[in-house]
Design a protein around this ligand. Sequence first.
Ligand SMILES: *[C@@H]1O[C@H](CO)[C@@H](O)[C@H](O)[C@H]1NC(C)=O
Length: 501
Amino acid sequence: MSRFSTLSALVVLAATSVAAGPCDIYASGGTPCVAAHSTTRALYSAYDGALYQILRDSDQVTVDIYPIETGGVANGPASQDFCVDTTCVITTIYDQSGKGNHLTQAPPGGAATGTDPNGYDNQAAAFGAPVTLNGLLAFGVFIAPGTGYRNDATNGIATGDAAEGMYAVFDGTHYNGGCCMDYGNAEVSAHDTGNGHMEAVYFGLGTGFATGAGSGPWILADLENGLYVGDNTAVNENDPAVTSRFITGFVKGEPGNQWAVRGGDPTTGNVATYYSGVRPSPDYNPMSKEGAIILGIGGDNSDASQGTFYEGVMTTGYPADDIENQVQQNIQAAGYAVTSLVSGPAVSVGSAVSFQATTACCTTRYIAHSGDEVNTQVVDSSSDSALKLSASWNVVTGLGNSGCVSFESRDTPGSYIRHSGFELYVDANDGSALFGTDATWCPQSGINGEGNSIRSWSYPAHYFRHYNAIGYAASNGGPSDFDTTTLFVNDTTWIVGAAWA
Ligand SMILES: *[C@@H]1O[C@H](CO)[C@@H](O)[C@H](O)[C@H]1NC(C)=O
């Protein structure tokens, strides 16, 4: 950079000086961050280091993603450019606090082992959770069931009954009842070592002891062997069911049998106290915190939950309510907003479509079905009308997320393409949340540069794929035969055209 451009850069920085970040606010309250994780933005005004690392599945090369300016938003477009014509996963979420408490692929634990050869959990697809911050594109961490991050050898995180605070910002519309969409303090062994060995923010339909009002989902706290939002009271009417697109949850605890759970929609800047008072019993006073950090899993690596994480921190010391309120206002000022979940040629709700394979072997083949099995079949203008109908699909609003679509069979109205065990089926919609989730697809620009790739909303590493003429929701290099990297890019790319019938 020339002297002249350095000077202009300084002038620009001075003119747009970045406001304090959440960790600057915590430090001003005497409760500094000892872990700070976000794939969407810097959490200190002076942070200009790497935010996260992604791995490109085509050649196994990694790259670090930085904020676009010191203290600024993550460079989402840089991650997209790096991953063009292939798929990517998030390998590391860096700790911005300087303590080195980075999060990486979670190892096997007491409750669950993952699908990779070493039993590790899955890593999140890099583009499952697009969002904008004051108009700038960034990506959250989309936790599909089986996904998890962890650090069991941390530095500076509270142990025993020591005071700490934390918050996490989640997608308020992405959740389930599986254990456990957590962010926070957990066991260093990845095994359940008993009550009080965790202190983490949780978001979901919480089936482990306490709940909030109504039917959920709720911000709760995972204290191990129980999700709590109070003492031993089973229902806390002060903890509302979340209805907002974004939700911040705060959890904090200190010696002397005191803890609190707070939260609110960050786009309003407001925080409510759901609970502040004594701990549940037995064995939660004093606490036995161990100081590992988890994201998207339970302390024992239970990995059945789903949710989306945008940012979160852990502090040393018990943050004042007013400090947390300022942090929420800072998150509000970051300007989180929804953005499109789809890309590439439009696959419009209300249209009727066909899906033509693009692999050289198979360009006469289209997605069709035989009974409930989705497959590819050779279809042309002379095919009989039954086959043409079998290869024709209505595009409807996504059953599980209105930002994406579902595909209704034109010969079997009320039945939709869904994945189950990562195979594709045409099944009747039973109205369940699970069916809606499994039948929701977000069309993207085709991975091989043509047409579209049809990405699962709920498992964004998985795409419509033909393999031996059967339909799958395949991931690039995943554990099944149909996940093979050979021809993955072509087998997952489709020309979406007019319906045959
Ligand atoms: C894969 O797709 C690319 C891009 O369209 C194409 O050039 C190539 O021939 C295809 N290969 C096969 C085996 O289908």
